[in-house]
Design a protein around this ligand. Sequence first.
Ligand SMILES: Cc1cc2nc3c(=O)[nH]c(=O)nc-3n(C[C@H](O)[C@H](O)[C@H](O)COP(=O)(O)OP(=O)(O)OC[C@H]3O[C@@H](n4cnc5c(N)ncnc54)[C@H](O)[C@@H]3O)c2cc1C
Length: 401
Amino acid sequence: MAAGVVIAGAGQAGFQAAFSLRTEGYAGPITLVGEEAGLPYQRPPLSKGCLHGKQELDEIDLRPAAFYEKQNITLRMGERILAIDRDARRVYLADGEGLEYEYLLLATGASNRRLAGPGALYLRTRQEAAMLLTELEAAERLVVVGGGFIGLEVAAAATALERKVTVVEPQERLMQRAVGPIISEYFRAMHVGHGVEFVFGEGCTEIDDDGAVRLTNGAVLPADMVVAGIGVTPRAELAVAAGLSVANGIVVDEYLRTADERIYAIGDCASFPSRFAGGMARLESVQNAVDQARCFAEAVCGRPRPYDAVPWFWTDQFEAKLQMVGISQGFDCEVTRGDIGAGKFSVCYFREGRLIAIDSVNRPADHLAGRKLIAHGGTTVTPEQAADVEFDLKAAAQYLV
Ligand SMILES: Cc1cc2nc3c(=O)[nH]c(=O)nc-3n(C[C@H](O)[C@H](O)[C@H](O)COP(=O)(O)OP(=O)(O)OC[C@H]3O[C@@H](n4cnc5c(N)ncnc54)[C@H](O)[C@@H]3O)c2cc1C
């Protein structure tokens, strides 16, 4: 029997790769190895529906068990790949069992950065979400360390559940890595309007035995519960041990292939060349995981193509759905479209006259048009047109394929 495809990591990217291999017509064995127990699941609901109590943690599986049987995908959940023998094209599981591969896909994701000492909760896995929900039941005062997407989604959910929340953000503004200042300020004001308090420009030095959070300026914030959302580190340990190149993620080429032609890497763990980033990029999003998985499956099925999908992302906080497309870093001109006061607007970012990104708050049509416009180089819309709500972005995008 052919060795088939072995996938290390059964998250969004690993699952999608297995699925897309079958839809692309791959007939060989597929083994999906995931160190978390249970079926592969989606992470976005962990900080949204599940935290709000609107979705159960057992309702977020990507597919039921029967799906994997029907698709002839061998699931090895609760098992971890410990090593790769590139010469023998074999990976080894923790118990020493070896699995041969024709192609190996590294879809190992990322792990949360941690504060120096103990005392904080984190949110990446279903298990961590369960712990967070349990602690939240008894907590009245919450300190969230980190004003990025996950920290702010936790803050919004806890506030909606009538907990008192303080967010500590070491930078000067919220979601700084991903959005421009107008969006940061809109979200700060919206959170404050709901009762969230902020401390900017300070970090957490330690958490006292009684749960209080000590800040870099010496201040102490009392808390019943501390949640840290301070970014992630790509899981590249397998690649490092196998002698593959790693630099903020497992380095791959435009086909998502490592220097070993039999080993690919995708999703949160992969660093790939991106024209949208103007260099190497590592993205943490469902879109990136899913689109890269499709690209990988096509390559294995003999139809390789360079990965070139436009990046997009979303977050839900209070009444705002923020959708982002493109990469706004490095913009030299920004225009606002719509009504900030009414909570329905977009910020369009330009560099050297080209539209490079749009952040939309409750304006999904702008976001969808932006995906096409930016994928096509962003040359067909001027800042003046983008700022004019009478100008139809959708119409401008509709003839772009
Ligand atoms: C709380 C939360 C909310 C989010 N919300 C959004 C959102 O709103 N929108 C959005 O676009 N994105 C969101 N994301 C990000 C998105 O979920 C990730 O970008 C996506 O899950 C990445 O998929 P992945 O498969 O690359 O990595 P992961 O989903 O992390 O999966 C990797 C898996 O590989 C396993 N693994 C690692 N090493 C091994 C090994 N050696 N052997 C076996 N298994 C291994 C890990 O345990 C993990 O289960 C959110 C993430 C979190 C945590």
